[in-house]
Design a protein. Structure first.
Length: 123
């Protein structure tokens, strides 16, 4: 006889729920996972590096530290956006009064002088 799933009666026998009962539930493997290097060598201590003496310099013999630094140095840096978004405007600038107290630039020296203008604003 075939088992049929009836609406409103829960999952069919032998099926698994789609989501865990609790969002905080953790899955524990039967075999504990081991942190390894790129070559598969188990790492005993990932938080400390080899040093010459108690407070001495870090040794170059620490291949785990060198591998971590290599990974950090070779991370991909996102490219700069070449075609930035922006707007531009053509127009004219007219000074309503002389700005000789603030600048020596020619367009701002005389009141009423009209200067062609192009402005670009971009990100």
């Amino acid at each position: 006889m075939k088992q049929q799933r009836m609406a409103g009666r829960g999952p069919a026998a032998g099926s698994r729920p789609a989501v865990p009962a609790s969002p905080y539930a953790m899955r524990v493997d039967a075999v504990p996972s081991v942190l390894t290097t790129n070559q598969g060598v188990a790492i005993g201590d990932n938080q400390h590096s080899l040093k010459a003496g108690l407070r001495g310099p870090t040794l170059l013999e620490d291949f785990i530290l060198r591998e971590k630094i290599t990974h950090f140095d070779h991370e991909r840096i996102p490219e700069r956006i070449v075609h930035a978004r922006g707007s531009a405007a053509h127009g004219y600038f007219e000074a309503y009064q002389p700005l000789t107290d603030y600048t020596r630039a020619a367009p701002f020296q005389a009141a009423g002088k009209v200067t062609p203008l192009f402005a670009r604003f971009s990100t």
